[in-house]
Each structure stands twice: as C-alpha cells, then as structure tokens.
Design a protein around this ligand. Structure first.
Ligand code: CP
Length: 302
C-alpha cells in the first residue's frame, strides 16, 4: 500500500490492475465512497485537466474540495513561506493534497512533511504519474492489452514529465518497444534510457515520424514546452513533428493517437477528423482521467 503517489514506478502491476478495475466500477457507479473527505489542490503552475478532474473526482465521490487557483501568486508563497510550512498547514485542513509545482522534486519534499497523502500533479520536468496512469488505462481500454506494444513517443521529450512517467510504467510490462522522436535539443534524458535498458524495454531514437507511424500501436504526441526554453529553441522545434489529416492515414486502423493535452502546433487535424476518426483517442483519454483519479482517491483514502 502506498501512502503518497509521487513517481509512477511506485506502482506494481497488481496495484495498477486493482486501480483499473476500480476505475471500471466507478464509470458506472454513483456510490459516494468518500463522504466528508476534503481534497486540497495546490497548483503553482497552470492546469485545466489535472486540477479540475481531481476536484470533480472528489465531488463525485461525496467529498469536498479546497483550492488555491494560482498558488504561486495567491498562496503565502508570495510572502516567502516555504513549501514545507505550506504543506504542514494544509495537511491539517485536508485529507489529501494534490500538488503541481514548477520545481522537480517538490512533490517529494511535500510528502516528507505531510501528515496526509500527497499526489504529484506534475513537478517541473520531473514526473506526472497520474497522467501516466490514465494514459496506460486508455491504452488498456482502447487496444485491449498492456504488453506487446509498439509505442511511438514524439515531441519535447526533455521536459515532458508525462513521457517520463509513462516510460516508467511501460517498463513494467512485457515486449514493449518504444520509438522516440524529438528535436535534437529535446531528446529523452539518459536516466529514462538507463531505466528502459534495465527493464528490457527495446527503444530507438529516430527522426522521421511518417516512417514509424505504420508500425505503431500507440502514437503519443506531446507539446513543445515553450515555457521551459528560449524563444529560439521553441521556434526551431515547434513545427518539426505534427499529425495531419494526411499522415494520420499511415496509422494502422487499430492504432490509437494519444496526447496528454493541451495540444498546439503538433496536432493539425481538422475538426472533422478529430471527431470522426476513432484512432484519435485523446479526448477519451482526458475523460478517463476523471475516473482513474476517482479510483486513486478511493485507493489512498478508502
Ligand atoms: N495533461 C495535463 O496535465 O493537463 P493540464 O496541464 O491541463 O492539467
């Protein structure tokens, strides 16, 4: 049993499937499993999906939510209060805290002083483990398996915390092959490559997206993170890889296109393709986030 959820490699396979089974149940159940429980969301970086889906998850489970919308500006951080003191205080007001922070390692620091579970909602370029969990759940539901997969991962792999967390989860399964495609200055970091080698995951670093689309079971596109690089680096990277109405035709009919969202220049699909092509799974993926996060709250607090 884990108390805090900081890194996706904390989960073993049994726990992953326990959470997936609970997620399946919660999609159709209206049971109020966490009456009276209080979730605090403490976000020092912007968010739409992570914050609102966690808040919605707790409300649907019969609990309550307290929140500071922009903790960098509207919490006492602006007066110089340390993260540790902020967490000590909030953990006396809430039963669980979801934190998003601009510094890698912040969620771990929070967990070291918190008396209640801390959930990492994204820490700088570190990890975003609940995103990886909902990504894997989406793969499981859409493809029907979590082993024997070719996953093409594209975009800003240097800063992409969702990619890092997803690689840690994929490393727990069998016969996984990953093809990384990124601009030269945004390559996947060595610690992930070392982890994949240790877990017998085959991987390649390649450059031509269209060449690898036909062999993918999953294409996982990511945004170039403008906010974490110079303007020149962003301009050099933003148009390098994109999915269009033309190259999506190269995807196998049973493959799926995922994206943690928000998407910008890397997705150039027409509205019609986004709505009608069943391979475009990223809106279903975001919706799954609500139910996966409900399951996680029940697991940590139930
Ligand atoms: N995928 C994701 O973390 O989205 P938000 O930044 O909107 O939370």
């Amino acid at each position: 049993m884990i108390k805090h959820f900081i890194e996706s490699q904390q989960l073993d396979k049994d726990t992953i499937f326990t959470l997936f089974n609970k997620t399946d149940e919660l999609i159709t159940s209206n049971e109020k499993l966490l009456p009276g429980k209080i979730l605090a969301t403490l976000f020092y970086e912007p968010s739409t999906r992570t914050r609102l889906s966690f808040e919605s998850a707790m409300l649907k489970l019969g609990g309550n939510v307290i929140s500071t919308e922009n903790a960098k500006e509207f919490s006492s951080a602006i007066k110089g209060e340390s993260l540790e003191d902020t967490i000590r205080i909030i953990s006396s007001y809430a039963d669980v805290i979801v934190i998003r922070h601009f510094e890698e390692g912040a969620a771990k620091i929070a967990s070291s002083v918190s008396s209640v579970p801390i959930i990492n909602g994204g820490d700088g370029s570190g990890q975003h483990p609940t995103q990886a969990l909902l990504d894997l759940y989406t793969i499981y539901k859409e493809i029907g398996r979590t082993d024997n997969l070719t996953v093409v991962i594209v975009g800003d792999l240097k800063h992409g915390r969702t990619v890092r967390s997803l690689c840690y989860l994929l490393g727990k399964f069998e016969k996984i092959k990953i093809i990384f495609l990124a601009p030269k200055h945004l390559l996947i970091k060595d610690d992930i490559k070392e982890y994949l080698r240790r877990h017998n995951v085959k991987f390649e670093e390649q450059t031509e997206l269209d060449r690898y689309l036909p062999e993918a079971d999953i294409v996982y596109m990511t945004r170039i993170q403008k906010e974490r690089m110079s303007d020149e680096e962003y301009q050099n990277a933003k148009e390098m890889y994109s999915i269009t109405d033309e190259n999506i035709k190269l995807l196998n009919k049973n493959a799926r296109l995922l994206h943690p969202l928000p998407h910008v220049e890397e997705i150039k699909l027409s509205f019609k393709t986004e709505r009608k092509d069943k391979r475009v799974a990223y809106f279903r993926q975001a919706e799954n986030g609500l139910y996966v996060r409900m399951a996680l709250l029940v697991y940590l607090l139930g």
